[in-house]
Design a protein around this ligand. Sequence first.
Ligand code: C2O
Ligand code: CU
Length: 550
Amino acid sequence: RVTRHYKFNIKMQNFTRLCQTKSIVTVNGRFPGPRIIAREGDRIVVKVVNHVQYNVTLHWHGIRQLKSAWADGPAYITQCPIQTGQSFVYNFTVIGQRGTLWWHAHISWLRTTLYGPIVILPKRHVPYPFPQPFREVPIILGEWWKADTEAVINQAMQTGLAPNISDVHTINGLPGPVSNCAAKETFQLKVKPGKTYLLRLINAALNDEMFFSIANHTLTMVEADAVYVKPFSTKIVLITPGQTVNVLLKAKSKAPNGTFAISTRPYATGPASFDNTTATGFLEYKKTSHASNKSNTKKLPLLRAVFPKFNDTVFAMNFHNKVRSLANARFPAKVPKTVDRHFFFTVGLGISKCSKNQQCQGPNNTRVAAAVNNVTFVTPNIALLQAHFFNKSKGVYTTDFPSNPPFKFNYTGTPPSNIFVSSGTKTVVLPYNTSVELVLQDTSIIGAESHPLHLHGFNFFIVGQGNGNFDPKKDPIKFNLVDPAERNTAGVPSGGWVAVRFLADNPGVWFMHCHLEVHTSWGLKMAWIVQDGKRRNQKLPPPPSDLPKC
Ligand code: C2O
Ligand code: CU
């Protein structure tokens, strides 16, 4: 087993996009941030030093953090932020995972520019369960704002209005030919004829689910959220924020004449405005050596990628349905076959009750809110994990979630009567090794919208999904317990539901939230507390000595 050491200096750096220069928060002056590379089983140690005026935390999205909850990173959930001039060492081991994941800031909207890939290779001499690629290329989808996004979200939270949308989408930080600075701001991928490439796709966008496609090429999806899947070929990949997808790109056997667009644009179902720009990169073929000197003289024709409609929910449902675990002898799908606790959570946007003097229950007393079971989560002032570990929950959080009697919900396409949200720092407590089934139902209180729900600390199995109201009598009969996708983020379909199962075998406090950053800001989040088990190796060790204080 190897330990991989990284030093992440959080510092400001100038970057030019859309021909304008702006100072952004970076790791080591890089955007997108540096790549972390490890093998399954390795220990990763990242020393983070904060040189900027903002409080910072980093999260290792999708890393299971088995018995290392202190290193998970969501601000005020597992740790207090790293303040200006301070440092913290994130120390964790990659257990039983290999594939693509990513890291990002987990406080306010700093993840706009603070993100990078995590590449976990299989153990030495262990091959992939698919053809060995000639090269591997991380491709991160993101967004770029001309404005300072901390100001954007702070203002939105104060006014209760929707925040501005980004100016452009990006591929590896680059928007492509949308401005006069196109050449310098376009992602380029050069391939050799006949070779196979592994593209490690990551959706780091703040608020947009993304389609991804390469003109005139078919992709073979082989992995989702660092779990191998049954390979299937597709022209278009759909990735929610938070999700990661590995696809194989087989270059054509003879170099074709042309440049192929590598494009990404949003899938959006909600009523809210969204950034509808398409980010474009170029795929080009390397010429044979004697042809190379004249290759750039003639401009090659650009072939464009073709996308479904922005709100193509049928495509989305079908695509997500195609993602299946390998579920074979080498990679079995460990779906919990029995369930100890059943949960039904609604997720959605809502309106909060306001008193006569306009004090509302939404975040920062605003009227618009997002909620789980109609409860808007209030971020505490000290980290939940510390409060839990040191038995100091009083005044920090309560354990009355979900409410009793349960929140009643009826999705009919028209708003139900119980639209008002309340607020609180409410958690669910689970004994160690509880087997959980969770149904997440989108509400239509302010228009139906998909929500990419992300669970920290676990992968879950997506055993079912559907449109309209979840039917507790009929739907579970059709659950897939054989080869469901195993993921850390699941899109709750617009006006529909998704059912997941997981085994609570990881002691700690685990955040669950919508990965659309604006919905998280509005309160679509909650936390699970998983208690220690009885045995010594089932307990969360004490915090590291440099854990930041609030
Ligand atoms: Cu990718 Cu809670 O985060
Ligand atoms: Cu959402």
